[in-house]
Design a protein around this ligand. Structure first.
Ligand code: PEP
Ligand code: MN
Length: 355
């Protein structure tokens, strides 16, 4: 990282950037209220920091130990007094802007009728963004893989329904991407691209998605530590895409015997991540719980902990859902969750030093 003197000129900053590029690295320039800070993107071991210290306008040049400096409050904080939380526009919905945002819809798109009926229901319940899985990550090859698995034509048709449902009911849309071959297709139809928990570690996929310069909903892997989650997030920000909504969706339960939930919602991750980064953090209580009777409680807890919103699976008749029926709630139940979460948000928003 290179910290410029407060009186450093534009030309001096440009000169430092040029020097960085000579070593095959990219420069992330943050112009702050106090001073300009330049972050290096790439293999820093190639950089002779002592050489940079003597360049005109440079105050300090040093190696930063954190693996996620571009998204860290600490790094960004060097350029100014207050690091604003990042507000991400998904269509015309602002995520991270203060009011909780609710993403809702079926686990999987099963038919046009099913999707439209659920879209209408979740909109009425107060949801802002419509979800619908088309390429489903499944543990068994013998289960429904999503309409995307039926080939290019099936995928396009289902994506078209998702777009149409979103436009009809006035909601931006999100769907999950599973492979690099789907990037162009999905980016054409949706406002927000979901990278699922299982793909959190897929460096090539996340980089390729980031290059589309569209907002991303990035889920934490169920076995990933927070530092690891944020380190991989940095890959996308290094592609100059800072529109990343992080999502906690449950980690592996501990110990022997029954856990009583599909995963364990790591509520602690929410305030911790808010302190580490300016990117917004959302929660998925549906996949964390794996059972519908826990959704209300986990939703309230997540909002109380500072989540910028929730992504919840909804079906008008969960027992007939082809995937994840046990954890989906009805539109009426979603409305109760949203009302309660708004009250929780009201109650905690006056707390000081949230970040
Ligand atoms: C999903 O949201 O449909 C999903 C599969 O979630 P996760 O990646 O968190 O398991
Ligand atoms: Mn699901």
């Amino acid at each position: 990282m290179i910290i410029m003197k407060s009186e450093a000129t534009k030309e001096e900053v440009a000169n430092v950037v040029k020097e960085i590029q000579k070593y095959g690295l990219r420069a992330d320039v943050s112009i702050g209220a106090y001073r300009t800070v330049i972050g290096l993107v790439g293999d820093e071991s190639k950089i002779p920091f002592s050489h940079f210290t003597v360049l005109p306008g440079v105050k300090e040049a040093f190696m930063v130990e954190t693996p996620y400096k571009l998204i860290s409050r600490e790094y960004a904080g060097m350029s100014g007094p207050d690091i604003e939380n990042r507000v991400i526009k998904v269509g015309d919905v602002e995520v991270g802007g203060g009011e909780p945002v609710f993403i809702a819809g079926p686990c999987a798109v099963e038919s046009k009728e099913q999707l439209f009926r659920i879209a209408e229901g979740v909109k009425k319940a107060g949801a802002h963004i419509l979800r619908g899985g088309i390429f489903k990550p499944r543990s068994s090859v013998h289960s429904f893989q999503g309409l995307g698995a039926s080939g290019e034509e099936g995928a396009q048709q289902a994506l078209g329904w998702l777009r149409e449902a979103g436009d009809t009911f006035g909601m931006p849309v999100v769907t999950e991407i599973r492979g690099e071959g789907q990037v162009d297709l999905i980016a054409e139809y949706v406002d927000l691209i979901q990278i699922g928990a299982r793909n959190m570690y897929d460096q090539d996929l996340i980089t390729k998605v980031a290059r589309k310069q569209k907002p991303i909903l990035y889920k934490r892997h169920f076995g990933a530590g927070i530092e690891e989650f944020l380190s991989f997030t940095e890959y996308m920000v290094a592609e100059e895409n800072k529109d990343i909504i992080l999502c906690e969706r449950g980690i592996l339960p501990l110990g022997k015997g029954k856990s009583y939930s599909r995963y364990t919602l790591d509520v602690t991750a929410v305030p911790v991540i808010r302190r580490e980064t300016y990117l917004p953090i959302m929660v998925d209580p549906s996949h964390a719980a794996g059972r519908r009777d826990l959704i209300f409680d986990l939703s309230c807890a997540s909002i109380a902990a500072g989540a910028c919103g929730l992504i919840i699976e909804v079906h008008y008749n969960p027992v007939e859902a082809l995937v994840d029926g046990q954890q989906q709630i009805t539109p009426d139940e979603l409305e109760e969750v949203i009302i309660a979460c708004r009250r929780v948000h009201e109650a905690v928003k006056y707390r000081k030093n949230r970040d």
